[in-house]
Write a protein that binds this ligand. Sequence first.
Ligand SMILES: C[S@@+](CC[C@H](N)C(=O)[O-])C[C@H]1O[C@@H](n2cnc3c(N)ncnc32)[C@H](O)[C@@H]1O
Length: 174
Amino acid sequence: MPEVAVLRIGHRPERDQRVTTHVGLAARALGARGMYLAARDPGVVKSIQDVTDRWGGEFFIEDEVKWRRCIEDWKADGGVVVHLTMYGLRMTDVIGEVREHAKVLIVVGAEKVPGEIYALADYNVSVTTQPHSEISSLALFLDHLSEGQELDREYPDAAIRIKPSQIGKKTIER
Ligand SMILES: C[S@@+](CC[C@H](N)C(=O)[O-])C[C@H]1O[C@@H](n2cnc3c(N)ncnc32)[C@H](O)[C@@H]1O
């Protein structure tokens, strides 16, 4: 699995807090190293940091990033940029090639994405070629990128972890 980070653009603090938080939580749970947020939103940052503090791992969350600069820096560091859009190439056609890269920045939008993103991205990728959401497209992309290996990942430094069970809610606290 390449080193992965997510860049969330188009976030509107007055209406996207829940979705953006879930983009971050999905990114964390499915193996990304962190999320850049191209907006100021201390509430989203705190929610994600709180989860990481309790549930472990080293997921980073950075808000107030400039998306153009973030993309340029990522590329300058040798990474590739994947923009998830329903209009892009089929994920199943490009995922193998994307997996060959060492560093992948995944860009997800909110409502309307600036046209420039399509040209800046190395890959514009569609997950199903049907409209759905940034959370579902990100989750499926990460799962296919890691070929399912992220699903059983352990978080050794976690303060709390779940003991999987058929009935009830069993947790183990450090
Ligand atoms: C509400 S959608 C906006 C749909 C937008 N017209 C588009 O180009 O995908 C918000 C975000 O969800 C993601 N998204 C939605 N459907 C997708 C799909 N089928 N494949 C990949 N990404 C998708 C994109 O990142 C998009 O910016």
